[in-house]
Design a protein around this ligand. Structure first.
Ligand SMILES: N[C@@H](CCC(=O)N[C@@H](CS)C(=O)NCC(=O)O)C(=O)O
Length: 214
């Protein structure tokens, strides 16, 4: 049996999938796809994933991409228990809600801030984008006002996914002093398995963005 993750450490979604794998403790082979060198466009990778994005998982020939779908699959198949992705319907619904919040809102706002700086020659972050991200961080702060982790009293794959996103923006130097619950949760996340590995990738992401800022 082999479980392989096509990964690029600078990518937040890719780090989210890897953090979930580390938390679930599934032995995983990591193959780097260097997006800066356009390796995702190689014929061999396009055959695996025609959408040419990381992360992409290959579980003994079963191919799946989308970081949060990968996290759900790994937790369901390889989780030693259901702590990271509860089977209880309501607890799972809450984890799913937070995962969708990340995929359709938080990560999207972070990308909107960073993509123009990284790839479109922009030198500063436009105020509406900054405000939009801060509004969304405010929602996350509210989620965390009632619980230690983003979906309850235990870490779940919602935490690993959202931590991958938040650590990216922190590495850019984002001021989160107005979000005390996020600040507290970020400290707890440093104890998640794979957090150091994640933070190294986030640091490289942050440096790539910061070097393009005026
Ligand atoms: N929603 C996807 C986003 C995946 C994604 O956009 N990956 C980017 C890196 S952050 C990528 O591989 N870009 C290269 C490409 O699309 O060619 C997920 O969560 O996995």
């Amino acid at each position: 049996m082999s479980v392989k993750l096509y990964h690029f450490p600078i990518s937040g979604p890719s780090r989210g999938a890897l953090l979930a794998a580390r938390a679930i403790e599934v032995p995983i082979e990591v193959e780097i796809v260097n997006l800066f060198q356009k390796e995702q466009m190689k014929e061999s990778f396009l055959k695996i994933n025609p959408q040419h994005c990381v992360p992409t998982l290959d579980d003994d020939g079963f191919i799946i991409w989308e970081s949060r779908a990968i996290a759900c699959y790994l937790a369901d198949k390889y989780g030693k228990d259901d702590q990271y992705y509860p089977k209880d319907l309501k607890k799972r619904a809450l984890v799913n809600q937070r995962l969708h919040f990340d995929g359709s809102s938080l990560y999207v706002k972070i990308r909107a801030v960073c993509f123009p700086i990284l790839f479109l020659g922009e030198k500063e972050i436009k105020k509406p984008l900054k405000d939009d991200l801060n509004t969304t961080l405010g929602f996350l702060d509210q989620f965390l006002s009632n619980s230690k982790w983003v979906a309850g009293d235990h870490p779940t794959i919602a935490d690993t996914s959202i931590y991958a996103s938040v650590s990216s923006i922190l590495a850019v130097g984002w001021d989160i002093s107005g979000f005390p619950n996020i600040e507290r949760w970020v400290k707890s996340c440093s104890a998640l398995p794979g957090a150091e590995e994640n933070d190294a990738g986030a640091k490289a992401f942050g440096e790539a963005v910061k070097k393009n800022l005026a």
